[in-house]
Design a protein around this ligand. Structure first.
Ligand code: UTP
Length: 235
């Protein structure tokens, strides 16, 4: 069976502030996908909702009390972002699945017949981190890479604590002590790793890699199994 990689791509990565950076980032991601395809490896990108998710949820929040309904808005945004990347890959003839799967099982099957599968969220109650961890388990990936907009998992929230330490290697239990385990985030709320994803990784014994996805070079290192700048999380 060909090697299968699963990457959770934070939605914020698609929209760096400067338009020129957006194009460079997408072009480098596309190069990486083409390179993996050329080597016969399979790649699933699980894309977050970023700005459209936050905007949509904020817009509806005064009129909606059910978190599940707000989650549905977030899921729609993740699928929009997934479609953006899917079409960019299709444009250059990449073997990317033409549908955006709604479930882990659908994604797993599409990975059998395509080199690249792009998807967003699935059901309410978790974020795309959890979808990526579950898919990584289903396709027997070596680890699940979480590409986000911070360099590492920190010992505490670096936005509020000057003495927060960047961690290079932790266990899933240690990560869970920082993020919490199995407690859903509020719709649209953000954390370095979703506590539901930590639970999913514990359930399946999945290793994680957290890195700054703004630098595609780091993602490349992690995909190649090289040492990378970021946090390795051992099951
Ligand atoms: P994201 O996966 O984008 O959240 O889902 P995130 O990881 O915190 O944000 P970014 O993109 O990395 O910045 C956005 C929202 O969509 C809903 C949740 O409300 C989540 O907060 N969602 C997403 C689901 O309910 N289920 C899913 O499978 C995915």
């Amino acid at each position: 069976m060909s090697i299968r990689h699963v990457v959770a791509l934070g939605g914020s990565l698609l929209r760096p502030e400067e338009a020129a950076q957006r194009e460079t980032w997408m072009a480098r991601l596309r190069q990486l996908a083409v390179h993996l395809e050329g080597n016969g490896r399979k790649l699933a990108l699980v894309v977050g909702g970023g700005l459209p998710a936050r905007e949509g949820i904020e817009l509806a929040a005064p009129m909606i009390s059910s978190p599940r309904r707000l989650d549905e808005i977030g899921i729609a945004a993740t699928r929009l972002n997934a479609t953006v990347l899917q079409q960019i890959l299709a444009e250059i003839g990449c073997d990317v699945a033409a549908t955006i799967p709604h479930t882990i099982e659908e994604a797993r099957l599409l990975m059998d017949s395509h080199h690249v599968v792009v998807m967003g969220g699935t059901v309410p109650g978790h974020t795309t981190d959890t979808v990526a961890v579950r898919l990584a388990g289903a396709v027997q990936a070596r680890h699940c890479i979480i590409a986000t907009n911070v360099s590492h998992v920190y010992s505490k929230d670096p936005r509020h604590h000057d003495d927060a330490e960047a961690l290079t290697e932790v266990t899933l239990e240690e990560l869970g002590a920082i993020t919490g385990v199995g407690v859903p985030l509020e719709p649209g709320a953000s954390a370095v790793v979703d506590p539901m994803a930590v639970q999913a990784a514990m359930d399946s014994g999945m290793n994680l890699a957290v890195l700054d996805g703004r630098d595609i070079g780091l993602l490349d290192d992690a995909l190649e199994g090289k040492p990378f700048v970021g946090t390795t999380i051992k099951a």
